[in-house]
Ligand binder design. Structure first.
Ligand code: NAP
Length: 457
């Protein structure tokens, strides 16, 4: 894919970029390696001070950055502003908590004493997607930098301006030269980076295909990788659920970011006793959503980020209807320029249809009716993916049964699945391995160094 900004609201090219040359990449890796060697010796308090300075820059540049995301990938400006604010929150969180998380731990037993140090690994390569063009990068970068690593970013080819803006932001906040750099390179350039001895580890957020490919390259050179891949999150509504609240949250859970989030609710699994009520409440809210210019503060749903994305969701909906599903609302491209798709709800969705078996990355919600919690859990787990899940019930013991039965990395009870710097984020099965954010995310890219024994006084 060419490295270019194309406005998804119009389909018009904004700006095309040449890939960085081999010489540029070589020099950047040299700078990154030198910076990592120095940054690891910088006291934790000074690392935290840099993150605070980055947060201040984010606050100052919030509107500019938000408009860039809206322009390049079509998310609503309202949600883009929230995304930039979340990046600042993440910086401040690690600035406040990082020192404690990285403090040396002492282990004392009857026959020995020792300690565990959390040391950086070096230069981390981040391969990132376009859907949260700032937050995806910050949630990988901030804990890694706090831990004393440097980072080079290969961002998605359709958000080069966001990618360059992030590098500039770190520079303006006073980051040492080479600590955070953006490389404008195609996906085909990633394997060579992973093989380079100056790259210590890699973190990737993206599709299963990209994750597998990157992990295989990392495996060949024994380098650590964290994989945050696709999701097919179940949204389970049980018979005793608060249907109004569930339906209200379901709209956000499916439609946020124009339906393009790994943790969007992608399969609505509803007890048949409340299915009619849930469908009615859900559909009436979906009908009320306003599709339009993402820069307009009254818009709920903007365009898909890419033309291919719009084609994919249209094809998935069409194939699901051909398989026998009932269309309740939407079901077609919006009648306007750009890559818009009408918010769509499907019911009576066959279990072997596209919307049941493929990750749907757009504003389309398939509803499945089940006989009760046991069938709901079987269906929820009947996917090769295992990222998030949302369970709606008033019964605490049923909720706990669901928590322990779901093959996923995250369970949210009567709540929207969302990432938060304070809690670990990640999945199991085809959704990948490793965690981002929280203390667990911070410790992914550290050398857990055991020290035992001492020099006799
Ligand atoms: P994608 O095609 O995998 O792209 C993601 C990044 O990987 C881009 O920078 C892309 O570069 C690069 N890439 C793609 N194939 C590669 C390869 N073989 N080797 C090296 N790099 C490669 O993903 P997408 O379609 O843009 O994003 C949607 C997917 O990401 C969905 O499956 C979604 O669920 C998942 N996602 C997961 C999370 C999570 O936290 N688990 C979060 C967000 C999204 P180019 O742009 O240059 O191709």
């Amino acid at each position: 894919m060419a490295i270019a900004s194309v406005n998804p609201s119009t389909g018009l090219l904004l700006r095309a970029f040449e890939s960085h040359t081999g010489v540029f990449v070589e020099e950047a890796l040299g700078r990154a390696a030198r910076s990592a060697a120095e940054w690891r010796r910088v006291p934790l308090s000074r690392r935290a001070a840099l993150l605070t300075a980055v947060a201040i820059r984010l606050d100052t540049e919030r509107e500019t950055l938000a408009r860039l995301a809206t322009l390049e990938m079509g998310k609503t400006l309202r949600s883009a502003r929230d995304e930039v604010a979340k990046c600042a929150f993440g910086c401040r969180y690690y600035a406040a908590e990082g020192e404690l998380m990285l403090a040396t731990e002492r282990i004392t037993a009857a026959d020995f004493s020792g300690r565990i140090r959390y040391e950086p690994l070096g230069v981390i390569l981040a391969v990132m997607p376009w859907n949260f063009p700032f937050w995806q990068v910050f949630r990988a970068a901030v804990p890694a930098l706090m831990a004393g690593n440097a980072m080079v970013l290969k961002h998605a080819s359709n958000v080069p301006q966001c990618a360059l803006a992030i590098e500039q932001l770190f520079r303006e906040a006073g980051a040492p030269e080479g600590l955070f750099q953006t490389l404008l390179i195609p996906a085909s350039g990633v394997a060579a980076l992973i093989a380079d001895p100056r790259i210590a580890a890699v973190t990737v957020t993206g599709s299963e295909a990209a994750g597998r490919d990157i992990a295989s390259h990392a495996g060949r050179v024994t380098k650590k990788c964290v994989l945050e891949l696709g999701g097919s999150d179940p949204f389970i509504v049980l018979a005793d659920a608060d249907i109004e609240r569930a339906a209200q949250t379901a709209v956000t859970a499916r439609m946020l970011n124009n339906g393009q989030s790994c943790v969007c609710a992608k399969r609505f699994i509803v007890d048949h006793r409340v299915a009619d009520a849930f469908e009615a409440a859900f559909v009436s809210r979906v009908r009320a959503l306003k599709v339009g210019d993402p820069a307009d503060d009254t818009t709920d749903i903007g365009p898909l980020a890419t033309e291919q994305g719009a084609r994919d969701i249209a094809s998935q909906v069409d194939r699901t209807i051909t398989s026998g599903a009932t269309l309740l609302v939407g079901g077609s491209r919006a009648q306007r320029d750009g890559w818009f798709y009408e918010p769509t709800v499907l019911s009576n969705v066959p279990l072997d249809s596209a919307a049941a078996t493929e990750e749907t990355f757009g504003p389309a919600a398939p509803i499945f009716r089940v006989s009760g919690v046991d069938e709901a859990l079987v269906l929820a787990n009947a996917t090769p993916l295992g990222l998030g899940s949302s369970v709606w019930t008033r019964d605490a013991s049923v909720a706990e049964h669901c928590v322990s039965s779901l093959d996923v990395g995250m369970v949210f009870i009567n709540a929207l699945v969302a990432s938060d710097p304070r809690i670990p984020f990640g999945g199991v099965k085809g959704s990948g391995y490793g965690r981002e954010v929280g203390v667990h995310g911070l410790r992914e890219f550290v050398n857990v160094k055991t020290v035992r024994g001492s020099v006799a006084p």
